[in-house]
Design a protein around this ligand. Structure first.
Ligand code: HEC
Ligand code: HEC
Length: 306
């Protein structure tokens, strides 16, 4: 219905010429529909479909059930899955399959089935250098991504990966994780004299503890290869970050990480090394020290004083 007159030929002889009707504006209708749609979506997400037990932010009874207190094994696995997806899944995939060229799989991996002490050592201390997983050689490095997790939470993650995706190995206890942690000298970044150290000295300690050097080189000097990364196919050096970031920005970047490192050749493979998200892994006070340390790396003679 466009209000135009039909061509004369198609009108009957006695047809009455009707004056074109003014166009009904369409936008209020579209707006109403859009509002209705948004309302429906809101209701769908927050209303719990009239179930009096479901409140925002939970969307349905199924989701609610996920958060109900559980007993024993089920609770442990729910906790383990939650931590896994927040801490390990970014690299190893929520499906445990890893990522070609970037992270080995945990599904079906012999490492996951090893002794509690051997397995717990990997997230506590990190793992670098050649490893064989399901017949494939990897030569990358994993930072100590589990170092900041409590014994109980790390035990839950390890138990989760040992009983998921077809893996069938025994549970790991918090006591076993605690023993493994003790063997590597503990993970608390509190060496003798911590309180008397400057924030820069502490930050350097955090840098070493989380093995930032495995990608950024010792003292952030760079030089670590990262094929097909736009940054000269290397992981960037960190000695000039003070020029590009404020302290708050730098902290935010470190917490967020950078999963998709820009590629030199856009059609080439993803660079194998990417910046992990450290939020929730490194304690907040340690992050502040870390940023102070990174700012201190800028060579003094290059500071021209304006
Ligand atoms: C930043 C990415 C990253 C995160 C996060 C990460 N890993 Fe890894 N992981 C790796 C890489 C890369 C390797 C291979 C290291 C090498 O080549 O020496 C690896 C190896 C492993 C291995 C031994 C090899 C295998 O595939 O079985 C285990 C076990 C493992 N990780 C468990 C974990 C657990 C548990 C977590 C979470 C607490 C975790 N990883 C978090 C990157 C990551
Ligand atoms: C597994 C390798 C890896 C580890 C471990 C790692 N990084 Fe990175 N980081 C990268 C890569 C790759 C980039 C470049 C990201 C890009 O190009 O977008 C990066 C970027 C950065 C940047 C931004 C540099 C710039 O010039 O903008 C900072 C700051 C940084 N990392 C700090 C750290 C700190 C601090 C740690 C230790 C807590 C750390 N990184 C651990 C791989 C890593």
């Amino acid at each position: 219905m466009n209000g135009e007159l039909k061509p004369a030929a198609s009108r009957g002889r006695d047809a009455v010429v009707v004056a074109p009707r003014p166009l009904t504006p369409v936008w209020p209708v579209v707006l109403l529909l859009a509002l209705f749609y948004l309302g429906a979506v809101y209701f769908d997400r927050h209303g719990g479909w009239f179930n009096a037990q479901v409140y925002a932010p939970y969307q349905n009874t199924g989701e609610l059930a996920l958060y109900q207190p559980r007993s024993g094994q089920a609770m442990l696995l729910a906790e383990g899955r939650n931590v896994y997806q927040n801490v390990c899944g970014v690299c190893h995939g929520n499906d445990g399959l890893g990522r070609p060229n970037q992270t080995p799989p945990l599904a079906g991996s012999d490492w996951v089935a090893k002794d509690a002490g051997v397995l717990a050592h990997i997230p506590l201390a990190g793992l670098s250098g050649p490893v064989e997983v399901k017949g494939v050689q990897w030569n990358l490095s994993m930072p100590p991504m589990g170092a900041a997790l409590s014994d109980a939470r790390l035990a839950a993650v390890l138990t989760y990966i040992r009983s998921s995706w077809g893996n069938r190995s025994s549970a790991i206890s918090a006591a076993e994780v605690s023993q493994a942690r003790a063997r590597i000298g503990g993970n608390a970044p509190v060496p003798a004299g911590w309180a008397k150290m400057t924030t820069i000295e502490r930050g350097r300690y955090v840098f070493v503890q989380y093995n930032c050097a495995q990608c950024h080189g010792s003292d952030g000097q760079g030089g670590v290869a990262n094929p097909n990364a736009k940054t000269a196919e290397q992981v960037p050096s960190l000695i000039h970050v003070a020029d590009g970031y404020t302290k708050a920005e730098l902290k935010a970047f470190i917490m967020k990480g950078e999963r998709d490192v820009p590629r030199l050749n856009p059609n080439g493979p993803a660079p194998p090394r990417f910046m992990p998200a450290w939020g929730g892994i490194i304690r907040d006070s340690d992050l502040n020290d870390l940023v102070d340390y990174l700012f201190s790396l800028k060579p003094k003679e290059q500071d021209l004083g304006f």
